[in-house]
Design a binder for this molecule. Structure first.
Ligand code: PMP
Length: 362
């Protein structure tokens, strides 16, 4: 057994994490910060965990440029619980929430919102199988309870490169591209991201929300389902996922040290390298029709000849490159280039695509 992962991991989430984060997380499982305690056994209401929560919150604020008008919450339940809690909290009877239907997760968020109120789907690219971003309407109705967008479509590989401004509360699912580039996070009244891509390990979801939003809650809710109750309890309403939050802190420190500017530069280089190879290589095709909409986080592509699909996956696996199968609803290939993936990792995949082409064109 070795003490580091040996495979290049292009999985879409849970996904690769940087080696120093993995090393610090695993050391803490045995003896957290020389306290003589495993991180798995520290009390969630004690001083040690309070310091972890405080630092994680202030790093999110610093990295996103948020002021004291935002709360940062750490929550259970993944992205889907946010799909339900947003309308539960902010969509009252008789009100309408606007959604942009840009992919599988956006559509899932819409289906959850329909349990609680009216939903206006203001734009959708479903008819084109989400191969481009939807075209926004000229005007967003001013009486919406909120407008929900998904900044990066993990499954179809499109990405909204700038966060728009809106006259209604804007809520963004940033699960698969948070911290991947500089963005104007303050255009959002709330944004959230599951941890298992750019924030850390599965089991926790980060929610940043304007304090003013907590005054707009439309229903009487059990505390676990109310953003206000979580904010009031400082994310320890019940026993939180202590280890996942600690891993998030390690990842936030890594992100800060590397800087978002450097991460963004590398993400551009990584995505360019892979898209260029997809265009050049005679065996592969890109999936996203509008190149401006292509995601820098999840690069989706197909094989021109169906028999190459399984063969290329096997070829990658035989060469220690894993996780490039597309989502079960799209098929083909998807390479997720989250922040922990290096340019050298992408170059390795590019080299395999070239070798595969040579082998098959003989
Ligand atoms: N939103 C996006 C953009 C996602 O990529 C995912 C999952 N990959 C989710 C939401 C759902 O997250 P979960 O599985 O934690 O419910």
């Amino acid at each position: 057994m070795t003490n580091q992962p040996l495979k290049i991991n292009f999985n879409s989430g849970p996904a690769a994490l940087p080696l120093p984060v993995l090393q610090a997380a695993s050391a803490a499982v045995i003896n957290y910060n020389d306290t003589g305690l495993s991180i798995l056994g520290i009390p969630h209401r004690g001083k040690l965990f309070a310091a972890i929560l405080e630092e994680a919150k202030s790093l999110v604020k610093e990295l996103c440029g948020l002021g004291d008008d935002y709360e940062v919450l750490w929550m259970h339940g993944g992205g889907r619980l946010q799909f339900a809690m947003l309308p539960m909290n902010f969509l009252g009877d008789g009100e309408t929430a606007g959604y942009i239907d840009s992919g599988y997760w956006a559509a899932d968020a819409i289906s959850y919102a329909k349990y609680y109120g009216n939903v206006a789907v203001l734009a959708s690219s479903k008819e084109d199988n989400y191969t481009h971003l939807p075209v926004w309407p000229d005007a967003i109705p001013k009486d919406l309870a909120y407008l929900h967008i998904t900044t990066n479509n993990t499954i179809y590989g499109t990405q909204c490169h700038d966060i728009p401004k809106a006259d209604v509360p804007l809520i963004a699912d940033m699960s698969s591209d948070i911290f991947s580039r500089q963005m104007d996070y303050t255009n959002c009244d709330a944004f959230y991201a599951v941890a298992q891509k750019n924030i850390g390990a599965a089991g926790v979801t980060m929610v940043a929300i304007k304090k003013a939003m907590l005054q707009r809650i439309r229903r009487t809710l059990p505390p676990m389902l109310s953003y206000a109750a979580h904010a009031q309890a400082g994310s320890v309403l019940n026993t939180p996922p202590v280890f996942a939050i600690y891993t998030a802190l390690l990842m936030l420190r890594w992100t800060k040290e590397k800087t978002i500017a450097t991460i963004e530069k590398e993400n551009n280089e990584k995505a360019n390298a892979l898209y260029q190879e997809i265009e050049r290589n005679s065996l592969f095709d890109g999936i996203v029709s509008n190149t401006a909409d292509r995601s820098k986080m999840n690069v989706c592509f197909t094989a021109k000849q169906p028999e190459h699909e399984k063969a290329f996956v096997n070829f990658c696996e035989a060469n220690n490159v894993t996780g490039i199968e597309g989502h079960r609803s799209v098929g083909a290939f998807r390479a997720s280039l989250y922040n922990a993936i290096s340019l050298a990792d992408v170059q390795q995949l590019v080299a395999l695509m070239q070798e595969f082409e040579n082998l098959n064109n003989k």
